[in-house]
Ligand binder design. Sequence first.
Ligand SMILES: C[S@@+](CC[C@H](N)C(=O)[O-])C[C@H]1O[C@@H](n2cnc3c(N)ncnc32)[C@H](O)[C@@H]1O
Length: 317
Amino acid sequence: MPVITASPITPLERAAHWLAEKPVGSVPNTLPALMKLFALSTPDTMRTIKRANVLRSAAWRSDATARQAGRSHAVGVSLRLQEEAHMQSDQELFAKGLAAYQKVVSLNYMAHKEVYGILRQVLLTEAPDQFVFLDVACGTATASAEALKGTNVGRYIGLDISQPSLDVARKALSDLRCPVDLRCQDFVEAFDAWDEPVDVVWIGQSLHHLRYPSEKQALMQRVQAVLPRTGLFLIWEPTCLEGEDREGWFERFGRLRPEWSMVTDEEFAAFDSHCGASDYAETSATWMAMGREAGFKRVDELLTVPNQLARVYRYSH
Ligand SMILES: C[S@@+](CC[C@H](N)C(=O)[O-])C[C@H]1O[C@@H](n2cnc3c(N)ncnc32)[C@H](O)[C@@H]1O
């Protein structure tokens, strides 16, 4: 008698389920473990990432609660595997993802120099004296620290959900001649309860983690409410071309591979996966309209980065 097994699951499918269950923001850090745990080649890793993204999307579609919450974990993917017990420590994984990001920053592949150069210009010419600078999702804050040097900053507040990034940020910001306050916190939660004075709010590559325009706009509304009349809100975010959808943006990102020649396949796969799992770019028109709807009177596009994938926007009263 042949033995009939119920719903056999392929190794790639197991890997995709495993990846789809990871918190969205942690995906780049998870890639090394994924490849090691399931012994995946680079092409299989790419296939797994794509399949995991499909699973995540299906989970989002089928789970109304997740749709409302709109961010954080990919819920609804039911398979829980035991392999996690054998994984490398979280710290080890995070260190790899963080190192890859820092490498990309130092190679200027994302155009940190141009972007933070514009931020610096705005701070020097438009920010009030002794301004309070709120760096939302600051990460390691290396580029912010450079941009703020020699400005009239009176206080720096950095928010990020990653404590290891904040540990690096503390050192990067040590030359600033103002109080530095670093908080390990989800930025949406932080804004829900924000009651402190702040003059400049900067979000570098993070508002797009919120999936729906309504969530992005709600966050902008909170920022608008906490900023004084002289306040400034600046963002640097992935931007679709007019008529392009998220998939099109993602394809354009994938075509960067030859240009990012100094990163390994594993590092590029980590970025690719992160974009697929947690980046929700909008068109320039939408980024600007959301700001107006949120109550900002003046909305300007300040910069398109050389690879055309992201832009800087400024919003004020
Ligand atoms: C692409 S990095 C950007 C870092 C830095 N702002 C820059 O311009 O290079 C995104 C950062 O957002 C943080 N992040 C993601 N989701 C977050 C959330 N909900 N609340 C706070 N930080 C978040 C990550 O930990 C990471 O440091």
